[in-house]
Design a binder for this molecule. Structure first.
Ligand code: C5P
Length: 238
């Protein structure tokens, strides 16, 4: 796995689900890079772009660029290289793009002469998809069976880890014994709003289950005291 550049290795990845760069930067101004990392997804990247990501990196934050690449191997390999040149800490692809695509992405990073390369992880099955949705696109079996198969495929393709539900962590750890990075959304501190998440875990439960990193959005971004919430999450998982 790629060397971790942040000596504090914060476990909380804050999902910057803001509609524009100004709102995101106003929020980020309250944060310290030793207490959290930041996740930039498709909406914010579409409005604020690479310059915004560079700005976060200049502020010393590790950035997870969550663009879930899914395309032909050559295109994904080039996209992952472009993300690496930006200086992001983590980038992801869709495991459903297949082994050739994932291996091409990994090899493309391997060939780069960079001091620090991003961790490359895969999304397995989107948590919004239920068994019926999978059947409609021709995937047999339960969501969990598909998650486990695709996590194994991502590992076989040389990837550093997967995004998964904290509920799936134990079984993935059972299946893949190596050092494998498990990034889990659907995290809610005890007593906070569940929003539209279905199967949630507290930060401590998720870390105890074997998560490597926790993606937390609204419980922090929508709070009146974001740093208090972040600090209390960090305390709870010490
Ligand atoms: O606000 P909340 O904590 O629910 O945000 C979770 C973040 O994790 C969002 O950016 C969401 O898109 C992302 N995510 C998720 N479930 C997945 C994959 C990503 O909630 N399976």
């Amino acid at each position: 796995m790629t060397q971790n550049k942040n000596q504090f290795d914060p476990k909380v990845l804050i999902a910057l689900d803001f509609a524009d760069a100004d709102s995101a930067l106003t929020f980020v101004a309250q944060l310290q890079p030793n207490a959290c990392r930041l996740k930039v997804g498709k909406e914010l990247f579409a409005v604020a772009g690479p310059e915004f990501v560079k700005r976060l990196i200049d502020l010393q934050f590790d950035v997870f660029l969550d663009l879930k690449y899914h395309d032909i191997p050559n295109t994904v390999a080039k996209a992952v290289q472009a993300a690496a040149r930006l200086g992001v800490w983590m980038v992801n692809v869709h495991a459903l793009g297949g082994k050739k695509m994932m291996s091409a992405a990994k090899n493309a990073l391997h060939e780069m002469d960079l001091e620090r390369k991003p961790l490359l992880i895969a999304v397995t099955i989107l948590t919004s998809m239920e068994q019926q949705d999978l059947a409609e696109i021709g995937l047999q079996g339960t969501p969990k069976e598909n998650v486990l198969r695709l996590a194994q495929l991502a590992h076989n393709s040389g990837l550093d880890g997967v995004v998964c539900s904290a509920q799936e962590v134990a079984e993935i750890r059972e299946l893949i014994k190596d050092d494998f990075c498990l990034v889990t959304p659907g995290i809610r501190p005890a007593g906070s709003d569940v929003n539209d998440q279905k199967r949630i875990m507290t930060p401590k439960q998720a870390m105890d289950a074997g998560s490597s990193y926790l993606v937390v959005g609204r419980p922090i971004t929508q709070s009146e005291k974001p740093t208090d919430v972040l600090n209390s999450i960090n305390q709870s998982i010490l």
